[in-house]
Ligand binder design. Structure first.
Ligand code: ACO
Length: 402
């Protein structure tokens, strides 16, 4: 039990806000979220319109530079992405140095820092000019190659070189799934589904990973180390790791043969840590518009691919039951972006160990834009305070007297 009055007297006045639920740390022009009304806009454009009409590359350009690109700007950006897709040949053997069991998120965060060592000047870039443009394109492109190669390595298959003639998404799928003498050509439905997934993850204001990127960047750390730290923050199951955890949970429900009510009751029981993965959000208290878009798209993609997925039926039942359950209603817990995204990725053949890596590829433009904005605004270094609750002063006890 903490005596707040006496702590105040000792520490001065400090705003205690664990988890920063009510603390604003910056002004930002990038992404608008209204959690009560389920609104998400990138640079003013509703997510529904971007999801329907933009490509992922256009979305990246919008998020990083603030405007939808015209045809010439978009072509230039596409060319830069194609140019930067290959990895420096000296990097190849680093991949084979990782044990095959290495989690792709560990490889991704390590390789993002490593890549910077092979491109002179990228660590010194500021938030403007050719140097920034080149570095942003380099990161957006190389994150895709690193991700695909980390998967190839984990399954013991040879790396596929990027193909500069393919779109951003088709190129990724080619690097993931082409085999010697057998080029993987995705169907339009698969390519569109991947683009949608990436677009919906492209930015989401001050979430855990983006605020981590900003915290690291606030020390004026370079773009590579800042986004590598974003990958680490994203990895956790309460954040980006939830997309894989949802599928694990749905598979467990299916395999157990138990009724869904058992799992709902378990999540409500405060004597354990069990949560329904993919439910709840710090900001959305009505619905997550990304989850609504994904849910609709999952049906369409499964139909287009002539597939069905028993996990979708379990997910739907879970959602339906929680919508009528007082525990979930009173706490405003609804499916978040991670609830249906794993089912979409499963439908297009992405293996579960790659789900959170896919999130990281999608979030890269948001991290880059936030890094840039922080530099533009020349913000103060992030340095929260604490209230000390430990022992008062005491004298050192020599080893022989302990
Ligand atoms: N299942 C069961 N109960 C939950 C869940 C859940 N998924 N989420 C929150 N609750 C409960 C909490 O136990 C708490 O109950 P209490 O008031 O009785 O103590 C109440 O709802 C409020 O939850 P908080 O933990 O305070 O909410 P917070 O904003 O801190 O956390 C979070 C949000 C991390 C998303 C949480 O809802 C959660 O852990 N969800 C499951 C993991 C998940 O899906 N993460 C992905 C989030 S989206 C993203 O990062 C891209």
């Amino acid at each position: 039990c903490i005596d707040i009055q006496s702590l105040r007297a000792k520490s001065g006045y400090i705003t205690m806000d664990p988890g920063f639920g009510s603390t604003g740390a910056c002004f930002s022009d990038i992404t608008y979220v209204d959690g009560e009304r389920g609104i998400l806009r990138y640079r003013g454009y509703p997510i529904e319109q971007i999801a329907e009409r933009a490509s992922f590359v256009e979305t990246c350009s919008l998020i990083i530079y603030g405007e939808l690109p015209d045809a010439e700007t978009l072509n230039r950006f596409r060319r830069a992405l194609a140019e930067h897709a290959p990895l420096h040949t000296s990097l190849y053997h680093y991949f084979s140095g990782f044990p095959e069991s290495s989690p792709p998120m560990a490889i991704l965060s390590a390789m993002l820092n490593l890549v910077s060592c092979f491109h002179p000047g990228v660590l010194e870039v500021h938030s403007e000019g050719h140097g920034f443009d080149r570095t942003a394109a380099l990161l957006l492109s190389k994150v895709r190659t690193i991700a695909a190669w980390s998967y190839r390595m984990s399954v013991g298959k040879p790396f596929n070189q990027p193909n500069p003639h393919l779109t951003y998404c088709a190129n990724f799928l080619h690097m993931m799934f082409s085999e010697p003498f057998q080029e993987y050509i995705p169907s339009p439905a698969v390519e569109r589904a991947l683009a949608l997934f990436l677009i919906l993850h492209a930015d989401h204001e001050q979430n855990c990973s983006t605020s981590t990127v900003r915290t690291v960047a606030s020390s004026r750390a370079n773009l590579f180390s800042s986004v590598a730290s974003g990958v680490c923050a994203l990895w956790g199951p309460l954040h980006g790791g939830a997309n894989a955890a949802v599928i694990e949970m749905l598979e467990e429900i299916m395999a157990s043969g138990r009724k869904i009510d058992y799992y709902i009751n378990r999540a409500k029981d405060k004597s354990n840590d069990y949560k329904l993965m993919g439910f709840g959000h710090r900001v959305y208290k009505n619905f997550d518009p990304r989850a609504s878009i994904l849910k609709k798209r999952v049906y369409e993609v499964l139909a287009e691919l002539h597939k069905s997925d028993p996990l979708l039926d379990i997910a739907l039942e879970l959602e339906e039951k929680t919508l009528k359950d007082e525990y979930f209603i009173s706490r405003k817990l609804y499916p978040n972006v991670d609830f249906y995204s794993g089912i979409l990725l499963r439908a297009i053949g992405i293996p579960p160990e790659m789900y959170t890596v896919m999130f990281a590829i999608g979030r890269m433009p948001g991290w880059i834009a936030n890094w840039r904005e922080l530099h533009d605004q020349n913000l103060r270094i992030t340095r929260p305070r604490q209230v000390y609750t430990g022992r008062q002063e005491r004298s050192f006890v020599p080893l022989e007297e302990r």
